[in-house]
Design a protein around this ligand. Sequence first.
Ligand code: FES
Length: 190
Amino acid sequence: MAKAKQTFCLEGRFEGFMAGGKSPFKYLSLRSTSDEQHVIKLPKSVRLMLFRYLQTGDWVRVVGEESIDKETGEPKLKAQEVVRVKPLEVVTTPPQSVSSQAKRKPPKILICQKSTCRKRGAAQVCREVEATLASCGLTDAVEVKLTGCMDKCKAGPNMVVMPDKQRYTKVKPGQVSELIAQHFQADDVG
Ligand code: FES
């Protein structure tokens, strides 16, 4: 019998991790904007990384697949991507500024978190990026996104800075602050 799966995209506040099997971080608990709790299974490859990266109360977006548990009939959510985002703000925008805002892509740092890059130090790079953004007051202005393989495994850790689309390979934690200063001067973002 074919299993019906559909994609879901949820946004809300990260409430913490939940244990399952042998892993203390098998699930993530998210409180959505409609105040519902969602328990979402995490892929093994990102559990430890998210444990280091997420803090209770962070606003996150989770994209993944939903299926129905054959035994309980309850929906089961499995994450494919977890991104920390700012909460959605409802603002009234004058019509003439809508198009200019749509054209301006938000600043973002993409860091590969697949196994080869991780073996080469992607987790340390990610931590350094987070720490540097925090010390520059840029945590809310620059989104950090953990990605899948960028097809440059031998040159890992790989990182891409948006909106410049600038790719960096073999990134070392010690290079991070300079790269961030280069792309995100405090008055360029926010
Ligand atoms: S594992 Fe990072 S690019 Fe392939």
